[in-house]
Design a protein around this ligand. Structure first.
Ligand code: PMV
Length: 354
């Protein structure tokens, strides 16, 4: 009945927040609720090979990125294992070989923590499921919903935003009164009506700066402790989620654009007003933003931008405006990208086992 060895593979996507998570408490509990679009093309594919080992004293694992041994990831995974151990008691019983690759270019400035941590959490859940099936010899209570919930719960302990990558297409993380079923512990599918305008929403990611982040998100989240604007910011995130509800229901693209851009700039404003302070936007980030604003005014199209904790710009727009907007992006914006690199993505529906 024991499981001596095995192999499991999951692919899991990245996500882009519309209302941003910035600031956390102990145990990866967010200071404010967030909502994101799950992406479709930017993914991590992880194969986990597990072999039963003699001693269960220590964690034992090795990590490969694109086929090369990658020891830089080990501390993060060690911490992850320590955090999730009490929820996955088998962790010390096996040696794990973690083989991972991303569909987006290496060091593109696109964080792989959301897709990477969610893919690993899902691989571990598959082992957990297999073990529990063997133990009880019947199909256990592991329905898909419970499986996804626990995978998201575990992914959160690897990287907060990773809990929003298990499913799609709109995921809420963080308890807030206006969204029924929302919780700080894992991501949940947005439970209300979403207008056709937001189906197939496009995200073209402009790679402005592919360098290493100057400030890790862990440091950034911690700077929200004792931040002079923290309490107002956290309240604003709750308010923006509430405001987003009628926008998503009615398909009000103009209101959507305003809310999403304001959230992106507020995230960066928090970084600029922390102590120490920092600026993650680059001159080309601002050039792109200004061009987007001018084009929106001239064309009447519903192009908008959002930002993560970096210089890259996510250009968001509805599918039915894609032809004209892509033409604009190629002729006017790509010149500001490092080596002209950009990625065409769109809303996706979550992770898959392969
Ligand atoms: O998941 P973390 O700890 O890397 O935090 C990421 C936070 C932002 O990407 C900046 C915003 C968000 O909600 O995804």
């Amino acid at each position: 009945k024991t499981l001596e060895k095995g192999k499991v593979t999951w692919e899991s996507p990245s996500n882009i927040a519309l209302v941003k998570y910035w600031g956390k408490k102990k145990h990866q509990i967010p200071e404010n609720p967030s909502i994101s679009f799950t992406l479709n093309e930017c993914k991590t594919i992880t194969t986990l090979t597990f072999t039963k080992k003699e001693s269960n004293k220590d964690f034992s694992f090795e990590v490969y990125l694109d086929g090369n041994k990658e020891d830089d990831f080990k501390p993060k995974i060690q911490t992850f294992f320590e955090r999730i151990e009490s929820y996955l008691p088998f962790l010390r019983d096996y040696h794990f070989k973690i083989e991972t690759k991303n569909t987006f270019p290496h060091s593109s400035g696109i964080a792989s923590s959301a897709s990477g941590m969610s893919a690993l959490a899902l691989c571990l859940m598959s082992i957990e499921k297999e073990l529990s099936v063997r133990l009880s010899a019947v199909e256990t209570s592991f329905n898909e919903n419970l499986f996804n919930q626990k995978a998201s719960f575990l992914a959160r302990l690897g990287s907060g935003s990773a809990c929003r990558s298990i499913e799609g297409d709109l995921i809420v993380w963080g308890k807030t009164d206006s969204i029924e079923g929302s919780t700080d512990l894992f991501g949940v599918k947005y439970p209300y009506k979403v207008h056709q305008n937001f189906k197939n929403y496009q995200d073209t990611i402009l790679l402005v700066d592919k360098g290493e982040k100057q400030v890790s998100s862990t440091v950034g989240h911690n700077l929200m402790h004792n931040h002079p604007y923290a309490q107002n910011r956290f309240q604003q995130a709750h308010n923006n989620l509430e405001k987003l509800k009628p926008i998503l229901e009615s398909g009000d693209l103009n209101a959507f654009v305003k809310l999403v851009e304001s959230e992106a700039l507020t995230l960066h404003a928090m970084m600029m007003t922390s102590m120490p302070y920092f600026i993650l936007m680059k001159p080309n980030t601002l050039e792109i933003i200004n061009k987007i604003w001018r084009f929106r005014q001239d064309s009447g199209l519903h192009i908008s931008f959002t930002l993560d904790a970096g210089a890259n710009v996510h250009v968001l727009y509805p599918k039915n405006e894609a032809t004209q907007i892509l033409e604009f992006i190629k002729s006017e914006l790509v010149a500001y990208c490092q080596n002209g690199h950009y990625i065409c993505d769109q809303i996706g529906f979550g992770a898959n086992q392969i």
